[in-house]
Design a binder for this molecule. Structure first.
Ligand code: DGL
Length: 281
């Protein structure tokens, strides 16, 4: 399932599902999906969130489909074994390469994917010149080609692959000279192309949105789909039964295939939420 078509408004509908008693599983190649977790927490503050950072195998953006599909299956299997009732693939690359495999394997489980927000970008761009920042894998995928075929007619789309950027963000230092140099280099062709709207097509990139805003200029609108994904998750969760006793304290459990200490430190700094961190075995 892709994010909803409309640009999300700040307030959820009054009868929105706040996730009481629900267990939502989500994963990313690493820390990037925490941008989706943050939005989910805001929209569904009562849900139990189970998050896997596959940092031991990051970045996904330069891996092949078979590898990513294998990881997506193993991770989703684990999340389901922990009681997840919905799976959110909090990674554009894994969505492009593996969401169909997950839906085939578990047709009864609601599976929410993320994709670059080209449609809202087209709606909001004044000059109809749009940049898309994403991993090489996402931009080369058939899913992205279809997205452009459907929504990219009559506009200029400038895809900008960002090899190495997710890996640099994984370090957790969001203001390093190396990170700034990458952001500047990837912004340059978009400045030249005079785009007025730029899509963050990787869940890692919202954490460096201020750097992109600086490099692109204040007149450029930056589009992130985390909120739209959270609202879509809210929508598909509405009819699910509560497994947990309602009123159970909503916890956030994080697992990583990399360093638990690093994940705990970064999650604390980026989210400012109480989390429990374990190593994924
Ligand atoms: N966060 C991921 C995405 O949304 C992948 C980054 C990577 O591992 O290359 O595409």
């Amino acid at each position: 399932m892709t994010p909803p078509d409309t640009v999300p408004s700040a307030n959820p509908p009054i009868d929105a599902c706040l996730g009481e008693g629900l267990r939502i599983g989500l994963f990313d190649s690493g820390l990037g999906g925490l941008s989706v977790l943050r939005a989910l927490r805001q929209h569904m503050p009562l849900a139990q969130l189970l998050y896997i950072a596959d940092s031991g195998n990051a970045p996904y953006g330069e891996r092949d489909d078979a590898f990513i599909a294998g990881r997506a299956l193993a991770i989703s299997d684990f999340l389901l074994s922990q009681g997840a009732q919905v799976i959110v693939v909090a990674c554009n690359t894994a969505t492009a390469m593996a969401v169909h495999t997950l839906r085939q394997r578990w047709p009864e489980v609601p599976i929410v994917g993320v994709e670059p927000g080209v449609k809202p970008a087209v709606a909001q761009s004044a000059n109809k010149r749009i940049g898309v920042l994403a991993t090489p894998g996402t931009l080369a995928s058939d899913k992205f080609k279809r997205l452009i075929e459907i929504h990219g007619q009559d506009v200029v789309i400038v895809p900008q692959p960002c090899p190495g950027l997710a890996k640099e963000i994984e370090s957790g230092h969001l203001d390093s000279p190396a990170l700034r140099a990458l952001v500047d280099a990837f912004s340059q062709p978009l400045r030249q192309a005079k785009v007025d709207t730029v899509v963050l097509g990787c869940t890692h990139y919202p954490f460096v949105a201020p750097l992109f805003q600086q490099a692109l200029g204040p007149h450029v609108r930056i589009i992130d789909t985390a909120e739209a994904v959270a609202r879509q998750t809210q929508r598909v969760s509405g009819d699910l039964p509560c497994l947990q006793a309602p009123h159970a304290e909503p916890t956030i459990q994080l697992w990583t295939s990399g360093s638990a200490a690093h994940l705990a430190q970064v999650a604390d700094r980026w989210l400012n939420l109480k989390t429990q961190v374990s190593v994924l075995r």
